[in-house]
Design a protein around this ligand. Structure first.
Ligand SMILES: Nc1ncnc2c1ncn2[C@@H]1O[C@H](COP(=O)(O)OP(=O)(O)O)[C@@H](O)[C@H]1O
Ligand SMILES: [Mg+2]
Length: 279
């Protein structure tokens, strides 16, 4: 992807830049001196063993747990140390690893709330939702294929629909960058294909993506570039095709079996026009 693409505010350069970012828990360096850029329109896939620091990186970018050192720049503006709501209002949304939602509210009410509080700052909430909030919620439910379930209470939705609802809620906050933490964890292959189709639609809607995932087929299918973390440090950044040939990545993360299976998967995909073809 061209690094020089102009982003939403007309600023040329990366949409997100992390520079020498570190996070320590006591003596443990969960993320150490990490640097990378994400261009507008990209889908960056992040992999790595458990405990590699992937979620901690999302915690820092989304402001839930501030970086100890380094700088995070979003669309040309340093956001290091900002509160999560300020970061969300500026255009970064997050889909969590665990399913989150307001159980007693309907799918539509969940998404309306996400738009109402996520898209702009509301110090004093109003008494009713605007037509704009409701329209945006309906559009987001449409994108994830849940328009027909909008009146179902969140607690009655099966796991796949709760995942879709979380994506719809994140979209309703009108993000330019969406962080997804293991979006297909616990899903079967059919359900994973469903999420692939939804996530595949997002770049065309102007949403740049960073996706953490252990299901490597999912990751390489959607990513324009991948980054692998190990012990809080970057051990690989580049194409999916390069990753499966990278000795360190194969040794510490993928293993020979997965690497070989991914090689077959990528070559089978090479004839398609999907993102994996250029990965
Ligand atoms: N709040 C915390 N307090 C202490 N240690 C933490 C905390 N969050 C994460 N860690 C540790 O930091 C390391 C990275 O964790 P995490 O970012 O969750 O890894 P990943 O998402 O790659 O599996 C792990 O060793 C984990 O135990
Ligand atoms: Mg994690």
């Amino acid at each position: 992807m061209d690094q020089g693409v102009a982003s939403g505010d007309g600023i040329r350069g990366p949409l997100l830049a992390c520079r020498n970012v570190s996070k320590y828990f006591g003596a443990l360096a969960a993320v150490r001196d990490l640097g990378f850029d994400v261009s507008p329109g990209e889908v960056l896939g992040i992999g790595g063993p458990n405990g590699a620091g992937k979620t901690t990186l999302f915690e820092m970018i989304s402001g839930f747990n501030a970086a100890d050192s380094g700088e995070i720049v979003f669309d040309g503006e340093p956001i290091t140390g900002w509160t999560p709501e300020r970061i969300c209002h500026r255009g970064i949304a997050r889909v969590f690893q665990m399913n989150a939602g307001f159980d007693t509210l309907s799918a539509r009410e969940n998404v309306i709330l996400a738009n109402y509080f996520g898209a702009t700052n509301r110090v004093i909430p109003g008494l009713r939702f605007s037509r704009e909030s409701m329209d945006r919620a309906d559009q987001s439910l449409e994108v994830v294929g849940m328009a027909d379930k909008r009146h179902v209470a969140c607690r009655h939705l099966p796991v796949l629909d709760r995942k879709r609802l979380m994506i719809a809620s994140a979209l309703a906050s009108e993000p330019r960058l969406l962080l997804m933490d293991e979006p297909v964890g616990g899903l079967n292959p059919e359900e994973i294909a469903d999420i692939v189709a939804i996530v595949g639609r997002l770049p065309a809607l102007g949403v740049t993506l960073i996706i953490i995932e252990h299901v490597m087929r999912f990751l390489v299918q959607l990513s324009t570039r991948v980054m692998i973390l190990h012990h809080g440090e970057k051990i690989y950044e580049g194409s999916a095709a390069g990753m499966i040939r990278d000795r360190t990545v194969v040794d510490v993360y993928l293993g020979e079996g997965t690497s070989t299976r991914l090689a077959h998967f990528l070559s089978a995909k090479a004839g398609d026009a999907g993102p994996a073809a250029s990965a």
